[in-house]
Design a protein. Structure first.
Ligand code: ATP
Ligand code: MG
Length: 688
């Protein structure tokens, strides 16, 4: 008799789950599950992990890589649920031991920290997020004199994007410039020099950026002994959303499991939406032939998520794609309701329409959590956020403005980071310039003085206080002393940093009280991490989401609407889904219609959005749409037409011309406008 959890799977899912599991220790040959949206890929992967554990695999020797930390946590819960059906109370301890579940970058950071000394880096390294990296690039660029002498030199963001692409795509710089940044080609020589200096600066300061986490990991795997050690500690390596990995990630996997034993990857080429970060669908397409004998390939074609009309519309979008491996899906979930194509006058009517529909659904018994509003980029939800705030509807925003982007939170984290690694120049610059009387030049001089010092904190405390900084300098040095590893202990260290920072906060920001509340929240978040180092690493790699309530704190017990960029909605599903701005200029974006490849990626993006819906799908097209470009009149609103990808015959047309009707028009308009000003200002304040 087979286990009950296997009975629920279809035949192909089951063969994927059972692949190679004669006993848990036998890892089996390489396996690829390639299938369309909602066909149960992630579910199958969770079952496979559980099945391995039930059959004796050691959960501490399973490495599971997902697209976000949230996805890893969800996978852990599923595994635990399945294991507990079979193993009873004992199962809890099994899934707790599933310690190696996370994102590629998060896992990389942990492995590097463990092997730091062996690969010649200091284990107290700190990690730069994209903004810190761009700041460091800027510092280096200034030092080389490029930005001053060459006024048309690429911006710091472009420099970083170019560098990052070359690293992640494992592509020479001249090719990267030719293919992706042709307008920077004239600067190739200078860029090369800049990138060399940028790498030197990172090394001198003992900081790693996102790309380094993969790059150093790959380097580490180049050493036969370390590769054997890192690969050998895992019997099973499983990766979800494989279509969105880049060349570097694929080479790491291959180095971990050169023969593919115990390696399972799962993905959908039709959902590849991260090529702007050098992800390549070739990874998934080339996977089978990478191994001898070739990897086993299992395809799934039954969709369990969406109703037939939703699936038909999604298939309608993707079947016109130029190049595609996975086939159209089918479902048994009948419904008479086609996805709605809703035409509205503009974005404010769009916001009203969504809110009315969401509330209507809630009255019908659907929780807010079971509904999601998806959009292309974070700023597209502005009008909706205003409307939700006005009507007191709680929401959580995924992939949008991040809690950690606010200046005061960054200042606090810089204090912790600098105490951990006093060579981190970006953190040091940020902190010292909080002190009255200390400008960039003074800060630069002080940082230079301690840069090569084996005991930088001690030297720092011996430096005379800069003129006019007086007591502030002393309390700064005292704070850093108190934060030396092992002094205050975690998490009280964060209290030490806050006590030091608050007087500066009060001096700098008018809305200090509101910001102080954020710092308390940060302290609360910190208690969830075992150490300062884990806290800093994980927060930098995968920051908490913004909520309508207190930033960064998930509203765990409450009901809340989900707002998400399409990119961050990957892998998830909701009963009801609203996709904003389904117009040409947005999807496809007017920034992304250069090449066929870009247009194709935009098509897949819409496919991902539509396939998140289980029961109802609303595609909304405002006739007036705010765009990046300007029309001839200099008006940034343009008249838009519906997205060229939408399969009109499979949709139900719906016009929403006048909304709202409840409030007297003039008063209502004034209110909403005032509210927009208030909320925008508040949000701007919060996130700066
Ligand atoms: P995506 O491509 O969007 O990541 P996916 O292929 O990973 O989708 P899942 O999220 O694993 O799909 O599954 C989609 C839905 O189908 C989930 O609600 C899941 O519980 C359900 N499901 C999967 N397999 C089965 C099955 N055999 N029987 C019933 N429901 C299933
Ligand atoms: Mg999935």
């Amino acid at each position: 008799m087979s286990a009950a959890y296997l009975e629920k799977l279809n035949e192909r899912q089951r063969s994927a789950v059972e692949h190679g599991v004669a006993s848990g220790v036998d890892s089996g040959g390489p396996l690829l599950i390639i299938a369309g949206a909602g066909s149960g890929k992630t579910n199958t992967l969770a079952h496979r992990v559980a099945h391995l554990i039930v059959n004796g695999a050691d959960p501490r020797r399973i490495l599971l890589m997902t697209f976000s930390r949230r996805a890893a946590a969800e996978m852990g819960r599923r595994v635990e649920r399945i294991c507990s059906q079979v193993l009873g109370a004992k199962a809890g301890s099994f899934s707790d031991a599933l310690a190696w579940a996370g994102t590629f970058h998060g896992i990389g950071a942990r492995l590097l920290r463990e092997h730091a000394t062996e690969i010649g880096i200091d284990p107290s390294f700190t990690i730069h997020d994209r903004e810190d990296s761009a700041d460091l690039m800027n510092i280096v660029r200034h030092e080389l004199g490029f930005s001053k002498t060459e006024s048309r030199f690429p911006t710091k963001a472009t420099c970083l994007a170019t560098y990052s692409r070359a690293v992640n795509a494992e592509q020479p710089l001249d090719e990267v410039l030719r293919d992706s940044f042709p307008w920077c080609s004239a600067w190739e020589k200078q860029l090369r020099e800049l990138f060399g200096a940028y790498v030197d600066a990172k090394q001198a300061q003992n900081v790693l950026d996102y790309d380094d986490l993969l790059l150093y990991w790959a380097q580490m795997m180049g050493d036969a002994v370390l590769a054997e050690e890192a690969g050998g500690r895992f019997d099973h390596v499983l990766v979800d959303e494989y279509q969105d990995t880049n060349r570097l990630q694929a080479s790491i996997l291959l180095a971990m499991k050169p023969e593919g034993r115990g390696l399972t990857v799962v993905g959908d080429d039709a959902q590849s939406i991260y090529s702007f970060r050098a992800a390549t669908v070739r990874n998934i397409l080339d996977f089978p032939a990478t191994f001898t004998p070739a990897a086993e390939v299992i395809t799934l074609d039954r969709n369990y998520r969406s109703t037939q009309p939703i699936l038909a519309a999604a298939n309608g979008v993707i079947e016109l794609a130029r190049e595609r491996f996975t086939k159209n899906l089918w479902t048994e979930r009948e419904s008479a309701e086609r996805p709605r194509l809703v035409t509205v006058r503009d974005e404010s009517v769009q916001a009203n329409y969504v809110v009315e529909q969401v509330l209507q659904n809630r009255e019908g018994g659907m929780l807010l959590k079971q509904q999601a509003v998806l959009f292309r980029t974070s700023h597209h939800s502005g009008s909706l956020e205003v409307e939700l705030t006005r009507r007191n509807i709680p929401f959580v925003k995924f992939g949008g403005l991040k809690f950690l982007d606010s200046a005061h939170v960054k200042d606090m984290l810089a204090a912790l980071r600098f105490a951990q690694n006093p060579r981190d120049r970006v953190a040091g610059f940020r902190l010292m310039q909080l002190l009255p009387g200390v400008g960039p030049q003074t800060a630069g001089r002080i940082l230079d003085a301690i840069a090569a010092d084996p005991e930088p904190l001690t030297t720092l405390s011996e430096i005379p206080a800069p003129p006019r900084s007086g007591n502030d300098w002393t309390s700064f040095v005292d704070m850093l002393e108190a934060l030396r590893p092992g002094r205050a202990g975690w998490p009280s260290e964060i209290g030490t940093a806050r006590n030091w920072y608050e007087p500066h906060l009060e001096r700098i920001h008018e809305d200090a009280e509101m910001r102080k509340a954020d710092l308390l929240q940060l302290e609360q978040i910190a208690t969830g991490y075992p150490s300062r180092e884990r806290f800093l690493t994980e927060l930098t790699l995968d920051p908490p989401d913004a909520t309508s309530d207190q930033a960064g704190v998930p509203l765990l017990d409450e009901d809340y609407l989900i707002l998400s960029t399409i990119h961050s909605a990957k892998g998830q599903e909701w009963k009801s889904v609203f996709v904003l701005n389904c117009v040409d200029g947005c999807i496809p974006s007017d920034l992304g219609v250069g090449s066929t490849a870009e247009i194709e990626e935009e098509r897949r993006l819409l496919y991902v959005a539509m396939t998140r819906a289980r029961d109802s799908l609303h595609l909304i097209t405002p006739q007036r749409f705010f765009t990046h470009g300007q029309n001839a009149q200099g008006d940034r609103h343009v008249y838009a037409s519906r997205s060229r990808f939408l399969p009109a015959t499979l949709l139900q047309f719906f016009e929403c011309s006048a909304w709202p009707v409840a409030a007297p028009a003039a008063a209502g308009q004034r209110d909403a406008q005032q509210m927009r000003v208030d909320v925008r200002a508040r949000m701007r304040g919060m996130w700066r």
